[in-house]
Design a protein around this ligand. Sequence first.
Ligand SMILES: NC(=O)c1ccc[n+]([C@@H]2O[C@H](COP(=O)([O-])OP(=O)(O)OC[C@H]3O[C@@H](n4cnc5c(N)ncnc54)[C@H](O)[C@@H]3O)[C@@H](O)[C@H]2O)c1
Length: 460
Amino acid sequence: MKTVDAVLIGAGQRGANDYAPFALRHPDQLRFVAVAEPSPKRRARFALQHHIPLENQFVSWEALFACTQMAQAAIICTQDQMHVGPALAALRAGYDVLLEKPVATTREGCRQVVSAAAELGRQLHVCHVLRYTRHFQTMRQILQSGVLGQIINLDHRENVSWWHMSHSFVRGSWANIAESCPLILTKCCHDFDILLWMLERKCERLSSVGKLVHFRSENAPANAPERCLDGCPASETCPFYAPFIYVDLLPLWRNVAETSTGWAHLVMQAQLRAPGLVKALGTVAPVMRQINEYRGWPLSVVTLDPTPESVLEALKSGPYGRCVYHCGNDVVDHQVVLMQFEGDISVTLTMHGHSHVEGRSTRIEGSHGQLQAFFGLGGSWIEVHEHRSGRSTRHDTTSEVGAAHGGGDEGLIAAFVYSIREGRIQLASELAQQALESHLIAFAAEDARLGGQVVSTNKL
Ligand SMILES: NC(=O)c1ccc[n+]([C@@H]2O[C@H](COP(=O)([O-])OP(=O)(O)OC[C@H]3O[C@@H](n4cnc5c(N)ncnc54)[C@H](O)[C@@H]3O)[C@@H](O)[C@H]2O)c1
């Protein structure tokens, strides 16, 4: 089958680090032929990795899409507020598009992009990676099997860990609504998407509460400076002390240890209890070496080439070394959405940034059984309990070790490439409509939170 050629717009964390490696692993399926990226270092690194000639390296998407079409696909991974422009330009230039979520930060922008794809007859796929995980696919199959009987209630929680919250939504790119968008859209458009997809029913109405309660200046430890490394008196006690999160990496290892099983769990325990031993064994054991030389997320966001020295340097002057109580952030750190789905199913979505362990948890009550599930950094599982037989079944839905978003990133890009190769325009159009629906529900949830009212979502 023919290799799909693609251009990449935005060679940052998602584009260059999370999606593009698929092309290096599967050169028979996907090949990058051009890149648009303003950062010279990121552009050069990406061009080198993917053998992109100088004439196909651009500083911005405008210049790339002004050229004659260079490939069938455009993968757009710019920041939230910069999706509509390149997406419309790509669709109009004849590209099929894989677009990072959110589609846009306004309702109008979302509708504009989805309509443009339909009118131009182009494929538009939105990066709703959870759909491509073994975990949520298994959960959907269980629901479809009918083993739970009539679905009565669903309780879904997005438990963002305290250190992920501080990294992305306090110190990072998604801390301010004016620069990105409300957190319920950024973080939970995925969750609304899987709820709609799993239940195969529409959301009829919703209400919501939530606020930013903790990461505010009045909660700073006494005399805390603007930056952690400027002599913070709470350096020994504050969990958000930047070197603790980024140099020691303890929060990340603990999270993986607490949610993994088998040998991965043992290795993580060794890293937590005897890091010196893991360091020494790294010379002979590849898995230990991977831990010693870990340079992935969140370090890859802190600095382009993360070594312990460069990370420390970045903490002295960059955004990730700021005190979490002095960041000027304004997105919520918790929000709950209460929804009524067709069939009088009551659904709650709780999103908060204070979880000890990162992961999404789901509980579904049916007339004939109950489902409980956890989707974590180190491992995932689903349990089904049947009322009449008393039978309990446990499904291990853990993905390959180290697979980002529980294997969702790899699954998404593989599905996008497959859809392009097969010309699955109808499927793509349905997916784009479903993505739009999830986004419109997120906007409605934000309206409900701000206005304190119940919002009808029947005719969004
Ligand atoms: N699907 C998911 O699960 C998921 C997870 C995390 C982030 N995201 C989304 O992915 C998007 C990208 O996030 P990221 O973490 O990779 O951000 P990033 O900041 O690391 O990358 C964005 C890149 O776009 C580049 N850029 C800026 N202006 C440009 C222009 N005019 N032309 C071309 N490139 C330009 C930036 O220099 C940067 O390298 C965001 O919208 C984010 O919300 C999605």
